[in-house]
Design a protein around this ligand. Structure first.
Ligand code: SIN
Length: 550
């Protein structure tokens, strides 16, 4: 028999977006947080740089808005950008009140630091210093403080090692995979696999939030942790929600190049403090690609420049050099990076460090309105899972934690209002999870084979530089793998690996379809057949929608 859990709010994912939403929603009702590993396993915990927000008296909301719009290259929603930028300082104050310790600069109390004396860093594409940070481990500090509050909150129950399989959608018309209800198209929870006991549970809720982070694991090389398999995007799409702008995958220019350094990012803040990119001969090169911003150009420009340099020289990596700065300053500003690089025998204070680009952030995702609501009733998506209109064709560095915080607040406010307004309509009990005639698999090789193939295919054919031919090849191959995965999904008992494979395959196909649709180059999407972005026809989001589950 399927175990059944009921709460007012169901939160899927435990990064900053999910935890902040849960804390706010808990003021009104009960919250279940479902997270597929331990609560601290999230993309947030790896975030180094910080949160972009206006505190300096020489900065302004207008400047932050303009930098975000410039980086997004015509595809940001100005209304969204203005709202997020304006709410930033208030959200940072809330975090400080919760106990988050950001770096302060008590020595230089100048106009640049603003009233809270926060130490402000700079990153690519920002015209001002505005990155609020906690050493070079901002995400870890945020996550630790939020987890403490969540654990202490009697309204919130956390289910670790629980991975969501699919959303439960109510529909007035009979559709495959949907629950027949009096009202059309709303979410009433999710089926979730308890990894420890291999049992499927039903989580019912009046309001459901997708905050599962991004999908870096769709690519062979990524700065993301293993959990980043695009679960929220895939589930929402299968349930019939609209997804948008998935061709805009951000590649971070500087991940450590070392065979054992899995996912190890070297923060853009290093370039913000004067770090310079060098080719294999020790020459700087960014002035050729962006003579004004040079090493602090936007990420799309820097990642493409590195890709070009690597292809030209045949070298395995380029180098990031901050050894010209005072060693004491480097160790104090980047204690974690310095220590981690030493583990791989690189001393940042003395030598240039070898780096390569890697998949880092999905600028697209589940399309939402200004409240983080999707086009399915009672279903919200926030953080990297969502496409709110903030990032456009290229996210400005350190705007992601900001977006997660602001939308956690907006979505919680809206979800609370909604469930207060709506009488909880009588929903028939969702049918228990049906294992039909499935058996335990004796073919686990299918999962690993397809997993490796998808990630390599995406890296080689749908990476930093794309072409029509590569996209066509990618599409042909992903279709074959999708058919295999579907067949396997229905025949064998569900496992966490199979759920993740099914999700990365969906997200990979959505990226390929979105990239194929956009016949121009803009921001993070670069197709050699269409190098320009002058055609106004393409000044719009790429939107995909499927109406039934399979
Ligand atoms: C970094 O520290 O370079 C990453 C920050 C971000 O992706 O916004």
């Amino acid at each position: 028999m399927t175990e059944d859990f009921k709460s007012d709010f169901l939160v899927i994912g435990s990064g900053i977006a999910g935890l902040m939403f849960a804390l706010k929603a808990s003021r009104y009702g009960t919250v279940s947080i479902v997270t597929k590993k331990e609560i601290m396993d999230s993309n947030t915990a790896l975030a180094q740089g910080g949160i972009a927000s206006v505190f300096s008296h020489v900065d302004s909301f207008d400047l932050h808005t303009q930098d975000t719009l410039d980086s997004g290259q015509g595809l940001c929603s100005k209304e969204v950008v203005e709202a997020v930028v304006k709410d930033g300082p208030g959200m940072i104050r809330e975090l400080i009140d919760l106990g988050v310790k950001f770096n302060l600069d008590m020595e230089h109390k100048t106009a640049e630091h603003g009233e809270l004396n926060l130490e402000l860093g700079r990153e690519g594409g920002h015209s001002q210093k505005r990155i609020v940070h906690a050493e070079d481990m901002t995400g870890k500090e945020l996550e630790a403080v939020l987890v403490r509050h969540v654990r202490d909150n009697p309204q919130i129950q956390v289910f670790e090692d629980h991975i969501a399989i699919d959303l439960i959608i109510g529909s007035a018309r009979k559709k495959s995979g949907m629950l027949l209800t009096a009202h059309e198209n709303y979410c009433c929870g999710a089926y979730v696999l308890d990894r420890e006991f291999s049992s499927v549970k039903t989580f019912q809720a009046k309001s459901t939030l997708l905050a599962t982070g991004g999908a870096g694991k769709v690519y062979l090389y990524t700065s993301n942790p293993d959990i980043a398999t695009g679960d929220g995007i895939a589930m929402a799409y299968r349930a019939g929600a609209t997804v948008a702008n998935l061709e805009f995958v951000q590649f971070h220019p500087t991940c450590l190049y070392h065979p054992e350094a899995k996912n190890f990012l070297i923060s853009e803040a290093v370039r913000g403090e004067g770090g310079v990119l060098l080719d294999a001969d020790g020459n700087s090169f960014m002035e050729k690609y962006d003579p004004q911003q040079k090493d602090l150009a936007c990420r799309d420009v820097v990642a493409r420049a590195i890709d070009t340099e690597l292809k030209k020289s045949g070298a395995d990596s380029i180098f990031l050099d901050i050894s010209h700065k005072n060693a004491g300053f480097v160790k104090k500003r980047f204690p974690n990076l310095h220590a981690r690089c030493l583990e791989y025998s690189y001393d940042m204070t003395k030598d240039p460090v070898p780096v390569v680009p890697a998949a880092h952030y999905m600028c697209g995702g589940v399309a939402t309105d200004m409240n983080g609501k999707t086009d399915i009733e009672r279903l919200y998506a926030i953080g990297e899972t969502a496409c709110t209109g903030l990032h456009g064709a290229n996210r400005l560095a350190s705007n992601s934690l900001l977006e997660a915080l602001v939308y956690a607040d907006k979505a919680a406010t809206h979800a609370i209002e909604q469930i207060q307004e709506l009488q909880f309509l009588s929903i028939p009990e969702p049918p228990p999870w049906d294992e039909c005639d499935t058996v335990d698999s004796d073919e686990l090789i299918m999962v690993t084979q397809n997993w490796d193939e998808i990630r390599r295919l995406m890296w080689n054919y749908v990476g930093i530089v794309r072409s029509d031919k590569r996209l066509e090849r990618a599409k042909r191959r992903i279709e074959i793998m999708q058919a295999e995965i579907r067949e396997y999904y229905w025949d064998f008992r569900i496992t966490a690996d199979l759920i993740e494979l099914r999700n990365i395959a969906v997200v990979a196909e959505l990226i390929i379809d979105s990239a194929t649709h956009r016949k121009e180059s803009r921001g993070l999407h670069y197709n050699i057949a269409y190098p320009n972005k002058d055609d106004l026809r393409w000044l719009k989001d790429t939107v995909l929608r499927k109406s039934i589950m399979n």
